[in-house]
Ligand binder design. Structure first.
Ligand code: F6P
Length: 357
């Protein structure tokens, strides 16, 4: 009897999704003699609405280096999964029914934190689920690294490198807003790799005067330019901790985001010419880095072994140098945050980088 594997990609896309899909498929075809792979379209949306297709072996060729996801993706908030909306659809029941209808032996779910919460819910509901840790935010609990992170890190670092030369030529301050709403791994690592002078993270609220003082100190020592790497979710100590309230207060003051607010304060407090740059979704686009191609292939191959061993209710992880697994129930709903005591934060501080704290 054949093994029927369902695969879906959910949440924000990132480089490496296709490399993982390919890794799972190739290793499954090698390991198990009779395998059928069903691609579910646009993540949980396709699982709820019963949109899927039987994949051919050739669908998995030539996608190792391809960015995005060949299956499409969507954001389906976990909070809404058990809520019956105006369309009267019981989403959890629909997902279970479609799983049965497809005749799946297991379902592979590629995604980040929100995606893993729903994956854990489906496992609780009796489906054979395996998760795979995706996100450029690198904040999935229980895995040292997620696929997509290193590609985004390379892009963000290159952005900082390029901004360095133009900032130095003009003697300007560049405020560079990087992705990361709740966690600052990307900004922390890109900031260090890209030689930023100030790094501002969601986990370490900052004092605007201290940020301005760091810029002024450089100017006083003859360095007319500064690079500030700020995560999109960073906040001042004086701002409301609740996101909605914080954004409302900023918007009332005429700022669309934290980088605009910082730039205005730098100009006012130091008189330095300042520009804002937001690379945005460039950080999620394009081909995976070599690191992510390797990691994705390792993750995919490991997942195929889990399928063969009928080991479900888990998500693949990398801990130290080992690819391993965690129980979905142990990691779902938790996030891996940057601790102010993190060794990398201390390294940055010993380089004289200010966190504005
Ligand atoms: O979770 C990945 C991420 O890129 C975050 O860093 C960012 O805040 C968010 O997704 C952006 O989401 P969207 O693509 O829906 O605008």
């Amino acid at each position: 009897m054949s093994t029927r594997i369902g695969i879906l990609t959910s949440g924000g896309d990132c480089p490496g999704l296709n490399a993982v899909i390919r890794g799972v498929a190739k290793a499954s075809y090698e390991l198990m003699k009779d395998v059928e792979i069903i691609g579910i379209i646009d993540g949980y949306r396709g699982l709820i609405q019963g949109e899927y297709k039987l994949m051919k072996k050739s669908d998995f060729s030539g996608i190792l280096t391809l960015g995005g996801t060949i299956l499409g993706t969507s954001r389906q908030p976990f909070k809404q999964m058990r809520v019956i909306g105006e369309d009267n659809v019981d989403k959890v029941k629909a997902m279970k029914d479609n799983y049965k209808k497809m005749g799946l032996d297991c379902l592979l779910i590629l995604g980040g934190n929100g995606t893993h919460k729903t994956a854990a819910l489906l496992a609780e509901e009796g489906l054979n689920v395996i998760g795979l840790p995706k996100t450029i935010d690198n904040d999935l609990y229980g895995s040292d690294v997620t696929f997509g992170f290193h590609s985004a890190l390379d892009i963000a670092t290159e952005a900082l490198d390029r901004l360095h030369t133009t900032a130095a030529s003009h003697g300007r301050v560049m405020v560079v807003e990087l992705m990361g709403n709740k966690t600052g791994w990307l900004t922390l690592n890109a900031g260090i790799a890209g030689g930023a002078d100030v790094i501002l993270l969601p986990e370490i609220p900052f004092d605007m005067d201290k940020v301005a003082a760091a810029v002024q100190k450089r100017a006083n020592s003859g360095k007319a330019f500064s690079i500030i790497a700020v995560a999109e979710g960073a906040m001042e100590k004086s701002e409301p901790t609740k996101r909605k309230e914080r954004l409302a207060a900023r918007s009332a003051a005429g700022f669309h985001n934290i980088s605009e607010k910082i730039a205005a304060a730098i100009i006012q407090k130091t008189g330095c010419e300042t520009r804002v740059v937001i690379p945005g979704h460039l950080q999620r686009g394009g081909a995976p880095s070599a690191y992510d191609r390797l990691l994705s292939t390792q993750f995919g191959a490991y997942a195929a072994h889990l399928i063969q061993e009928k080991k479900f209710g888990v998500t693949v992880a990398k801990v130290g140098n080992t690819i391993t697994q965690n129980k979905l129930s142990d990691i779902a709903g938790k996030a891996k945050l940057v601790s102010p005591d993190d060794q990398m934060v201390q390294v940055a501080k010993s380089m004289g980088i200010s966190f504005g704290d």
